[in-house]
Structures are given as structure tokens and as C-alpha cells.
Design a protein around this ligand. Structure first.
Ligand SMILES: [Mn+2]
Length: 471
């Protein structure tokens, strides 16, 4: 049941945004480089196409936005802008629209004495949580809906998956529920409640998919011999037909659930047992307009491909796929994803492949030096390294940026975040103490700091976690 509605004031903002767009000719869109930002850009671009509006889209990192020059009649910022000083160079008669779900710098009634149009749509201004209730793509979808383009709802769903809006409960809440319902009603989305939640349901053989389980170190983690043995034992894939999760009957799924539940119960301290169902059960999302065996069919896999493009500066390829190109752009997307996977595998091999361990364990955390790993992929690599180390502690990856700074990525088992540790907040605090900046989600976050303050950062971080990590 849908319990949240778009607040009236926010709805009025959408009407205003529609009017501003209709009255503008020369339009520029800035959007973020991740899945959410790419979905946002694709929705906006589709609206503008359908309205016959000339427009330019640029996918950017947050750091290029501060004091940005505005060269167009209307500049739209999506999935970013609320937290950056984008108004510094705004001149009279220019127009700005922001659709962002990150903490805003400016109030709802922001005015700076100049005479330009400023419209910021941010759920936080309306008391709506921007981490779990709506993200950038969702905000853009509601604008599309204002124009009557409900058919873009599925992209709103994809953005929310990419933004991990459902991680706390395994399903969508708040305004995300409205988007999900629109996509179901339109026939674009099939929602399977409380499905087995294992990544790669359409494209990975189950014995491979299971081996990537890394929230807890299990006998099956990174061990396909073990996963094959288990599937055989359960009678799910006795002949090694390389079944995918999607091909399993409900009965088989129940068997597998029980098996995983038991296995995890044996591996975790008692206090975590109540969180186990959340680790393996969640709603799954199928895009009905995609081919059955395509990696675009499952929302999680689709979002991975979007992120792969972002990490490799191919956001436009991703956007064209979202806008409907299933030929040229889709081929390019597959090539980007393939390259991306190879780069990740090489990086993992470098960190976790050899006998000598590159992972250094401190009292409350562990880290590795990812020298040579591109800053764009160090986060993904860090997440994958989790399967090779102590899951009870967060893992931190370091790599150097082009500008001689240090990029930090942190990942941890979802169990740590279910227990209430918010690493995004902790990393924001600690990185600012050493002259950097950071933030993010409770279990996936990052920061940039000056390179010479690395050991200080580690020391402070380790101390901050005293009493919070069980050894
Ligand atoms: Mn976002």
C-alpha cells in the first residue's frame, strides 16, 4: 500500500518547473556520473526531446560545479547541485532548476538579491528522506509525470536501485513506492516480493552467483567447488546444467534459502542472526520490455551496467540505452561492461591474488593500498575485496588521484550497517579532520584526503570505531 504522497508544495514546484522548461529554448543539463545521475539525465533528455527543446547534457563529478559559469538560458542540475555553490555566477534573466536529493546548502526560500529564476526541488526541504524515499532519477521522473510521460517510470525504478534506496529494508518506501506502482501499472515492471536476493539472477549460473556472497565469509565464498556441491546436494542443479536463479522453482528457492540461512547462522555471532533474512531476501525487479536472457532484464544487473559506464566515462552510451537505443549503444555498453570486468579482475588479482597479503588488518578496520588502481574503480574493487578478508571489519581501499591526492573507498558487510553503524557519516567526519572531504551511504562510502595524512586518517578512523566493531 502506498502511504506517502508528493507534498502539495512540491507538486506546485513541479508545475513551476514544467512552465519554466516550456518557456525556455536554450537548455543545459548537468547530471551526476553514477547510475542515478545517468537515469536522471536520460529522463530529462527524453522530456526535452519530446518537447522539441534543444539541449546539451554533461555528466560531471561534484567538484567541477562550485562557482560554475552558467552559459545557457536554463540550466538544470539533476542528482547534484543542492550541495554545491552553483549560483555564484548566475546572472539576471537566467534560470536554474535543481532536482537533487542530497543535503541542501540553501533554504527553500533562497534568494540572493540577484534577479534570476531559481527553483530547487529537494525532498529534504519537504521533510522527506533523500536516502530511502526518493533519489535523483525519481525526482526527474515526477517531472516527466507532470508532462504526462508516465512511461519513464521504469527508469525511476532503476535509478532507485542504483542509488541503493532499498538497502535498509529490501524494498522501496516513500515516494519510491509511487514510482514502482506506476511502473507496474504501466506494464514495464514485475515486482517479486521477498525473492531470493542473489546478484546475477538472469545471466550468471547460480553456482557462480552464489560464490560471490561476501557479507559474511562462508564456505561458498569465492569457492565454486563448494557451491556446485551444495546445489547438487540440494537437488537443485545435480547435473551441473548451470541453471540461473531465475530458472529455479519456488520450492528450490525455499530449499536454498534454508541452506543459506543455516550456513550463515553458523558463521555469525548471535546478535546478527535476526538480520540474516535481510541478507538473502528482498524484492526483485524485472523489466518486462527487456529480453528474457538480457542483462537489462533484472534491475540490479542493469544498474551495474550503468555504473560501469559511469566509471569509464561512457555515460552517454548508458543514456542512449536508457533512451531506447538497443542496437549501437547496447553493443557499446556490452563492450564497456566487458572491459570494466577485466579491469576489476586485474585489480582484485593484484590486491588479493598473491600469497603475501596486501590487506593490512588493524584493530577495528582493514585496508589495502591500491596504487595503480584507477580512482574510478577503487570503490567497486574494495567491495569485491570484502569477500577475501575479515567481514566483521570494514575494508578501506586507497589509491592516488591524478592531482596527487588520496582517494579512499570503504565497504562493509551489510550486517554492520543493519546494526546501526553509518560509515558515510563517520568518513565525512574523519576526512574533514585531516583536511579532506567525504561521505556516502552507511555501507558504501568514500573520501578524498591529502596524501601525507593517510596514517593520521587510519589512526583516527580506527579509534572512532572503538567499541563498535566486534572482533
Ligand atoms: Mn543520487
Amino acid at each position: 500500500m502506498i502511504t506517502m504522497k508528493i507534498p502539495q508544495l512540491m507538486q506546485e514546484q513541479y508545475r513551476e518547473a514544467k512552465k519554466i522548461i516550456e518557456e525556455s529554448q536554450d537548455i543545459k543539463v548537468y547530471s551526476h556520473i553514477d547510475c542515478d545521475g545517468i537515469c536522471s539525465g536520460a529522463i530529462l533528455s527524453t522530456i526535452l526531446d519530446r518537447q522539441n527543446k534543444e539541449h546539451e547534457i554533461e555528466f560531471v563529478n561534484l567538484d567541477v560545479l562550485d562557482d560554475i559559469e552558467l552559459d545557457h538560458e536554463l540550466t538544470i542540475f539533476s542528482d547534484l547541485g543542492s550541495g554545491q555553490n552553483i549560483t555564484t555566477n548566475a546572472s539576471d534573466n537566467q534560470k536554474i532548476i535543481i532536482l537533487d536529493h542530497h543535503p541542501p546548502l540553501r533554504d527553500l526560500d533562497f534568494k540572493d538579491g540577484k534577479n534570476y529564476t531559481y527553483l530547487e526541488i529537494n525532498p529534504i526541504h519537504h521533510g522527506i528522506d533523500g536516502s530511502y524515499y526518493v533519489c535523483g532519477g525519481g525526482l526527474c521522473y515526477f517531472l516527466a509525470k507532470e508532462f504526462g510521460y508516465d512511461d519513464l517510470s521504469w527508469i525511476g525504478v532503476l535509478s532507485a536501485i542504483g542509488d541503493m534506496q532499498n538497502t535498509k529494508t529490501g524494498h522501496f518506501e516513500g515516494l519510491n513506492e509511487i514510482i514502482q506502482q506506476d511502473a507496474i501499472d504501466g506494464g514495464y515492471l514485475e515486482l517479486t516480493k521477498n525473492d531470493l536476493n542473489i546478484y546475477g539472477r538472469n545471466t550468471r549460473p547460480l553456482f557462480v552467483a552464489l560464490s560471490y556472497f561476501s557479507d559474511v565469509n562462508l564456505p561458498i565464498t569465492n569457492n565454486t567447488n563448494e557451491t556446485m556441491a551444495i546445489l547438487e546436494e540440494l537437488g537443485i542443479d545435480e547435473k551441473h546444467n548451470r541453471k540461473t536463479l531465475n530458472e529455479l522453482t519456488d520450492e528450490d528457492k525455499t530449499k536454498l534459502f534454508k541452506c543459506l540461512f543455516e550456513m550463515i547462522s553458523k558463521a555469525v555471532p548471535g546478535k546478527y542472526i535476526r538480520y540474516i533474512p535481510q541478507l538473502i531476501i528482498g524484492d526483485s525487479y524485472t523489466f518486462l520490455n527487456e529480453e528474457e536472457t538480457s542483462f537489462l532484464r533484472d534491475a540490479s544487473e542493469f544498474s551495474t551496467a550503468m555504473n560501469a559506464c559511469g566509471r569509464n566515462h561512457q555515460e552517454k552510451v548508458a543514456m542512449e540505452v536508457l533512451k531506447g537505443d538497443r542496437f549501437v549503444a547496447l553493443d557499446e555498453l556490452e563492450a564497456v561492461s566487458k572491459d570494466h570486468k577485466r579491469n576489476l579482475a586485474q585489480a582484485i588479482e593484484k590486491v588479493a591474488g598473491s600469497d603475501e597479503t596486501n590487506i593490512v588488518e588493524m584493530e577495528n578496520l582493514q585496508y589495502f593500498d591500491g596504487d595503480g588502481i584507477k580512482p574510478e574503480i577503487v570503490g567497486t574493487v574494495t567491495g569485491m575485496i570484502l569477500g577475501y578478508c575479515n567481514w566483521k571489519k570494514p575494508i578501506i581501499g586507497f589509491t592516488q588521484t591524478d592531482s596527487d591526492g588520496l582517494k579512499i573507498s570503504l565497504r562493509c558487510s551489510r550486517l554492520l550497517s543493519y546494526e546501526g553503524i553509518h560509515f558515510g557519516n563517520i568518513i565525512r567526519e574523519i576526512s574533514s579532520k585531516v583536511g579532506g572531504s567525504g561521505g556516502g551511504h552507511s555501507m558504501a562510502c568514500g573520501a578524498y584526503i591529502p596524501i601525507e595524512r593517510k596514517s593520521e586518517f587510519l589512526e583516527l578512523f580506527n579509534n572512532e570505531l572503538n567499541g563498535k566493531i566486534s572482533n
